[in-house]
Design a protein around this ligand. Sequence first.
Ligand code: TRP
Length: 528
Amino acid sequence: MADTPLPPDASSTVDAERGAWKSKLGFILAASGSAIGLGNIVFFASNAYQYGGGAFYLPYFIALFVLGIPVMIVEFSLGTLTGQSFPVALRKLVGKRGEYVGWWTTSSALFITMYYITILGWALSMLFGAFGGLLTDPAVAPFTGMTEPTAGPNATVYFFGMIATPWPLLAVVAIWAMTILILWRGTATIEKAVRVFVPLMWLFMIVLIVRGLTLPGGIDGVLYLFTPNLDGILDVNVWQGAFAQMFFSLSLGLGTMTAYASYLPKDADQINNSMLVSFLNCGFEYIAGVAIFSMLFVFALNPAGTTLSLSFFVIPQGIANFPFWVKGFGVFFFFLLVIAGLTSAVSLVEGVAAPLKDKLGISRAKALTFVMVPGIIGSLAFALPFVVDPDLTGDGTLGLTLLDILDHWVFRYSLLVGGFMECLLIGWVLGAANLRQFVNEHSKFSLGPWFDVLIKFVIPIILGVVIFFTLLADLTGGLYGEAYTINGFEWLPVVIPIFWIVATIATSIFLTNRPMHESTPHNVPAEA
Ligand code: TRP
């Protein structure tokens, strides 16, 4: 292959001033804490359910090996190769067009952060609810989907009641405050937080899986999830769902993992790290899937409605039916959601703040402020409690409607487009063989030339096809959200996607064309 060698100044050792993980364990905890989040608990189970259990599982499994681990190797090694975060790393390696891509994905990450934190704010509000009245009346009619909330005090009614109050606005500010606190001193404070939160989330998940499986009939849900079913194998929607879920779950496509890896020493074994983080993440995801599916089957619950319905009212409804210690399990579940999501939100914010710091040469506090100000405004917008659809043929409140429509576009496109462009740039401009050589130098295993084929051809082709068909379906099937009742804000389905595209492209053009800050040395040798 006609790959030119790496640019001579591309590589760098860890700059202790920028931040550095104290140990490999600290990095693995932080990166797996990033990966394990709402995606594993909320979105995996509802996607698996939506795409038919066993039909989802196979594409998802294939996605892990064909896309997940290889793209993680790329994102990790960009960080150690350059010692910089995503847009700046791409600038160094593949030039200005790389930086455009990098800032585009970074600004998309900010949009995801905004609503991710709103969802965490709701989870925090539900946690308070679990201490209080949320789970006090198990004797309600079975859940019938979010469009028909039953009259009793069940989780659905509780959730829609809760998001229509101003309390979540306060919860959102609290989650932002915790996120910034954990990020304040960079790797030092992140490492402290993940050392507590990551083991704790495994512990809580294990409690929940034991509870789910020991319920009479719990095993049927597991069978539904794992019985292979080839029906969906030709359905491009199932593959789209599996790929988007894989990217989201592994925190790929937006450069987040590059920021974390840039605090590693240059000789870190990125094949080993990628496998460890991917297996930890997917292991957690399957455990969460089993716990959730066992409950769905035992209580014959039906997760209709949006992806959020599963964790916000189907699971609580299941927990409310537990034979004993209902409150305890309810609190466990929402506490788990909050800490798992918090360690992911931390990585999302770091993935946006680190590039600003690297590019503009500003202080950490300033970079965090630049992210936090628009971030909080966005998160508050998604928590707006005004009821725009009292009949719930859409999403009820203005905030949830905004969130649902934005998520449709950002979740389906930004990660996959980011991954697609990243593979093209690394595969063809830098040269996959060059990256592979760097990775192999520091790894016990060696990647063979098949890695180049994956990065240059297989992944871009698969992603290209999936993106094309998704776009086709979106452009021909009516605009997403058009059918909702959104009293007074009927223009939202049109304006939101346009706003997202224009805002991210404009940010990318603006930041790429800012002069690169050069005065801090990037090549300070590591101390240890
Ligand atoms: N992986 C996290 C989850 O499963 C979410 C997340 C964190 C993320 N950082 C990301 C998703 C970067 C995409 C890109 O909840």
